[in-house]
Write a protein that binds this ligand. Structure first.
Ligand code: FAD
Length: 310
């Protein structure tokens, strides 16, 4: 029984969610291999070989794999799938784009968004925006799984010494081509990888106020900035900052919610944070039911005060 983790990487380094996926793969009970499919991705393959608990890295290198196109990456996974009992992807936009293609071609049911491995064929996953946990058992010969990274600790990025084996790159499917990419550049930590998140809600009232109130606190704490959907819908924050059921799932060491009511769809994205701090002027706000520290106050006075004391 061997599990294959499909690495997320930028051809030079391995992205964090891969490390959590390796932990989930190890819990499936057998060896853990990692597939690094990219272009000029030797550095990423070497980085994958350092991950603790990984016994082999498959390195597929070719122009068809340069941009992570789902059709080509799925073909690459299928080319090596025969050797594996479990194939695991991080439940990220990229993983969720490729895993269903692989599951469909293998004619197995995908097991999505797992947060716990009970045994090699039984897994737990949140349903109804995290209000219930489903235990799912699969009798399929191959388990194709997406892994919610907040459910598993990250494997150590160093300490391993896996062998790197080259495998032939899959041919270009010709079904899609890479046109361009617009990447947001920010000095802040990435939302899903941040240790601290400062998040703002509708109460901020405008784009200007959102920046004016949240930025000094986030700067002081070297935190990522998040937002509720109401704040995003109102245009106070860009879409990629949304935390929640239809946004990003996060579980930082510290989550500070400013002027966020705590609707279940928001809680679904952040309630696994280690420490939750909420500032809200309504003492009945549901966010206080999950907060470790709650301050009933006007955020426009409490936040600058907090910044001045840090
Ligand atoms: C299918 C579906 C998916 C959804 N997905 C998401 C999601 O991914 N993420 C998400 O966030 N939401 C999501 N929502 C929306 C969600 O239901 C809520 O509408 C949203 O989270 C509310 O955002 P909010 O807390 O910023 O705003 P509100 O609910 O309006 O809350 C604002 C809060 O600010 C407080 N406040 C006001 N002024 C101040 C002040 N000066 N100082 C301190 N506190 C103040 C108020 O007391 C209130 O509690 C989804 C909804 C649906 C139906």
């Amino acid at each position: 029984m061997t599990a294959l983790v499909i690495a997320e990487h930028d051809n030079a380094s391995i992205k964090g969610a891969t490390l959590n996926t390796v932990t989930a793969a190890a819990q499936c009970g057998g060896e853990v291999h990692v597939l690094v499919a990219g272009s000029n991705a030797a550095a990423a393959a070497q980085a994958a070989a350092q991950i603790a608990g990984v016994s082999k890295v498959l390195h597929a290198d070719g122009a068809s794999l340069a941009e992570g196109l789902a059709e080509n990456l799925a073909a690459q996974v299928l080319a090596v799938a025969g050797d594996y009992s479990h194939i695991l992807f991080p439940a990220t936009a990229s993983g969720k784009n490729v895993a269903p293609r692989v599951a469909a071609k293998l004619d197995v049911a995908q097991i999505s968004d797992i947060t716990k491995v009970d045994s090699a064929d039984t897994f737990e996953r949140p349903i109804y925006a995290g209000n219930a946990i489903a235990t799912v058992q699969s009798t399929d010969a191959v388990k194709v799984i997406t892994v919610r990274s907040t459910g598993f600790d990250a494997a150590a990025a160093t300490g391993g010494s896996a062998a790197v084996e080259s495998v032939a790159a899959a041919a270009d499917s010709g079904k899609s081509s890479f046109v361009g990419r617009e990447v947001t550049k920010s000095d802040r930590p990435e939302l899903t990888a941040a240790k601290i998140i400062v998040s703002g809600g509708r109460a901020l009232g405008s784009d200007e106020k959102f920046q004016e109130v949240l930025t000094p606190l986030a700067d002081k704490l070297n935190a990522a900035i998040g937002a509720s959907r109401a704040a995003v819908d109102a245009g106070y924050a860009p879409n990629d900052l949304q935390v929640g059921q239809t946004g990003k799932i996060v579980a930082p060491e510290l989550y500070i919610a400013l002027g966020i009511s705590g609707a279940i769809q928001h809680l679904a994205g952040m309630k696994d944070s280690k420490v939750i701090v909420a500032v809200n002027k309504d003492p009945e706000a549901p966010i206080f039911s999950v907060a470790d520290y709650g301050l009933v106050a006007d955020l426009f006075t409490a936040t600058p005060e907090l910044v001045s004391k840090l």
